[in-house]
Design a protein around this ligand. Sequence first.
Ligand SMILES: Nc1ncnc2c1ncn2[C@@H]1O[C@H](COP(=O)(O)OP(=O)(O)O)[C@@H](O)[C@H]1O
Ligand SMILES: [Mg+2]
Length: 644
Amino acid sequence: MAFNFLKRIKKSSPPENPKGASAIVQNLSTQPQEALQDSTNKPEIVDPVAAIATQNMDLLDVIAPRKVEIDFDYLQIDGVYLRTLFISGYPRFVSPGWLEQIINFNSSLDVSFFIYPIEGKSVLDDLMRKVAEMEAEISTDLERGKIVDPATTAKLEDARLLQEELVKGAEHFYEFGFYITVRAADLEQLNHISKQVESTLGSTLIKAQHTTLDMENGFLSTAPFGLDRLSITRNMDTTSLATTFPLTSAELSGDKGVLYGINTQNGSFIIFDRFSLENSNMTIFATSGAGKSYFVKLESVRSLMLGTEVIVIDPEGEYKALAEAVGGQHISFSFSSPSKINPFDLAQVYEPGENNLGLKILSLHSLFKVIMGAITPLQDALLDRAIVATYRSKGITQDPITQTKEAPLMEDLYKILIGMETPEALDLAARIEKFVRGSFVGIFDKQTNIEIENPFTVFSIRELQDALRPIAMFVILDFIWTRIRKDLKPRLMVVDEAWHMMRYEDSAQFLWSIVKRARKYYLGLTTITQDVEDFLAQDIGKAIVTNSALRVLFKQSPAAIDRVGEVFYLSQGERNLLLGANIGEGIFFAGTNHAPISVVASAEEHKLITTKPSELLQQAQQLTSFTNAVSPGETARVITKETQ
Ligand SMILES: Nc1ncnc2c1ncn2[C@@H]1O[C@H](COP(=O)(O)OP(=O)(O)O)[C@@H](O)[C@H]1O
Ligand SMILES: [Mg+2]
């Protein structure tokens, strides 16, 4: 953005003082002499009501500082040192948000801007004169055979451009005053901070100067009175003025929602309501141990408090302590556990225009392709026919009335395939035999006997072997999906270690189909992945990212950073941040905004969600020493009984 080059026009008169302000100014200079002496004492706090009632003071006396010392180069009010700086020089180009460094400055500053619209006519006259002057300067230089000053040529170019914009009405003209007051506890610190501010501004070629000999007016100009006592302004056109807008760091603080963490750039809270975005899905990527599950557990407990239900598919069995603490339901899947899900279970929900059985057959088809591995097109067709026949054998057809009947089981499909008697069908039957009579019996071959009845439900598949995990995740996800469509309420569904599902084309497709349709059912799907490269290498992986309004990145490995950078459009600085991030630190994306985040938990929350072995051991030890401390009496009694 270009700043115009015109010299400032001295304002004819400063704006009127508001009444209160002038009274305060008076107050500043009319403090009693004794008060000025005891500079070491802390200002005494006066109870305003008592002071007015008993000491015959008026309100301004009570509010006013006890002493004000006005020096050449600083001001001292009740022992606080203040210094005002004004901006005297701007560069030709600045980028939008150049003020950010000052807004996020590491110590407190009072910053004020004064913007005075001015009439285009007078500026145009001025410009015309300036242009003429510069043209004259250039032609004299040329006549005398001197080299033309490049600065003048640049200025002339700017002036002509501006002239054109002003005439067209595309730009308006303003005077802009910019003052900063620095405060500190002592003079040394004040000098130090002023230097820092000056050099911070200096790094963008902005020149700041002390309001030497005019500190009082400087102070008043930055106090919230709307009073420009300095009147040191600079002309700016609309575009240049727009770059002074101070709030460019993404503010992700909503007034509703849960706390996700702290914006490390400006220390603000990142508070967000997932359901207020265009979709409520979230993807989380990071290396192992970077704090992904921790973050999601925190979000889960905090969302529960707001009445959002949470359902988790947990391959590591790490949500159990949390589920127990919040009175949730923890369903563990293994060969011996009593909990069963029948993949053939129907939704029991009839929606006009939606073919329930058809959708179920589609998802079963995908599931069996994951179970069976690669099959020929002929087998594909056979499988389809066999699934339809399996339902028909239980009297279930496209007619919604028949769909409330008891669903078939895996064994029924097995029998149908055997009954088809072709080698291709027998081959298919052989591939699911494990589930019906082989080593995988006991998981998916019985009628469903569980329900989601708790606001916090965890499905743990830790006991299952690796090869079964994608299948189990598929079946559970399908089960949850059919159940949540029955009654609508705000829900989060977490798929931890979602890369298990991305290992197979068909389960990946299924995950994607849920991501796409989640919004319609008031559902926010969270996918957590450590295998970033693999996930993003697939089109479906990328599509899932694009369809997630919330995205979180924690620490990344050097191997994955390029791909992540590409998909998330990260700057070099952001890439470095992610490569060197500590646990729980990363970047939070919400819609088009993003901000660096640090995830923090309270001590109570941390206890429930940490999985660090050393901390778990310590907790267990504390528990045993607690039980030991309680039981000695008991043991003692038993011993005395025996010895009697
Ligand atoms: N924001 C955080 N603050 C404090 N400790 C954390 C934070 N994030 C993670 N941790 C610690 O690191 C451990 C591993 O984090 P976890 O979320 O399980 O990693 P992963 O990314 O593999 O899911 C946690 O059990 C916890 O002890
Ligand atoms: Mg994890």
